[in-house]
Design a protein around this ligand. Sequence first.
Ligand code: BG6
Length: 469
Amino acid sequence: MLHKKLVKFDNDFLWGASTSAYQVEGANLVDGKGPSCQDVKEVPEGTSDLTVCADHYHHFKEDIALMAEMGFKTYRFSISWSRVLPQGTGKINPKGIEFYNQLIDECLKYNIIPFVTMFHFDMPAALDEKGGWSCPESVEWFLEYARVLFKNFGDRVKYWLTINEQNMLTLAGQVIGALHLPKGCTNEMKEIYQQNHYMLVAQAKVMSLCHDMNPDAKIGPALNISLVYAASCRPEDVIAAQNFNAIRNWLYLDASVYGVYNNLVWAYLQENDACPEFADGDAEALKNGHPDFIGFNYYNTATCQESDGTETDNPVADQQTTGGAAGLYRAYRNEYLEMTEFGWEIDPVGFRGTIREIYSRYRLPMIVCENGIGAYDQLVDGRVHDSYRIQYLREHIEQIQLAISDGCEMMGYCPWSAIDLISTHEGMVKRYGFIYVDREEFDLKQLKRYRKDSFYWYKKVIATHGRDL
Ligand code: BG6
């Protein structure tokens, strides 16, 4: 361990935690909500559907009271597009607006700042049927939805996140059931990157809209950023790591912050006849959208070695597991890192490296929107002894403090997740929360809430401004 003079966490550092609507709310077709792509997708075998989740929709007051008990300064949640606009555009669902008004007000009652994600993997099914992000109209759809949000909630919501993990939607969208290819699509890569382009343009326009409609609000992307290591100091491995860094990370941040395509990725797309088409005004829109901060999710790093040319183009296996691309890179199992029970590598030091790298490239304040460990938690006599979670979070918070001490500007930390919820593709058994929700994959029981050991630990961390870890 190197000796370093540590800078303290600011007193206004935003300690909190995150959830997303489709994974936590339940009530998925209740009170006028339209289905989203998540409600109509084929549920992975052995996992529950999204009808109930943690039933946050009906328990939000109890849940926010528990967050307040932990001392949260902020709560990052997402708004379900199809709860607000059941068809995705057009008629507004008053009950949907009412629900989010209550949720926001409940946070404010405890001085918890609502940090709102506009879109978290849940395209309204009605728009998905029309082609979802593959339609050029998707840019206008998203703008219409954004207008509804800024108009109804902008008086109280001052922090917005645009699209959760657009990079994972693009690279692993089919694994998480959130991105579809139109029937008869012949150039899959071009189609995917065209969808990605519409999202980039939509995001840029929404950032401009936010600044026009709510000048005192701040808005930023919420990407999944992981520093990519080279498997060795062989120059070819270093080039491979640069390639995957560009494909996985920098494409999205370069476009969000600088309004340009990353040159390495553009060359890769050119080689594969997969460059997106630009409509009139797209380049300008990208240049005009400016984030106020960078939101990012971090679970682990990735490691790459030189491609041997045999990789089938499968850039990632899931959000945190690297695949490969012929001629560019192949995944490498980093022997220095341990893994979670679900096979994701654990790398706290890489968190510091990731924060330093983002800051040196973009010089914007950052907030961690997700970070955490999925585990098979056990409820025994009303207690959950999740020492592994405490250890994981402690080691990551230490690295944030080191990164702050390196001169990086950090606004806050919102681990995943505030409360147990349904995983993207591994069901209810993969738990992340500070609050245990008593249900099983298929047996819903009473959905009673229990404070895990990590709940008490995080409460102490927040109370001491990160001094007592
Ligand atoms: C992120 C997503 O990729 O990781 C969350 O933004 C997700 O929606 C989280 O739940 C953990 O992933 P998983 O697959 O374990 O649920």
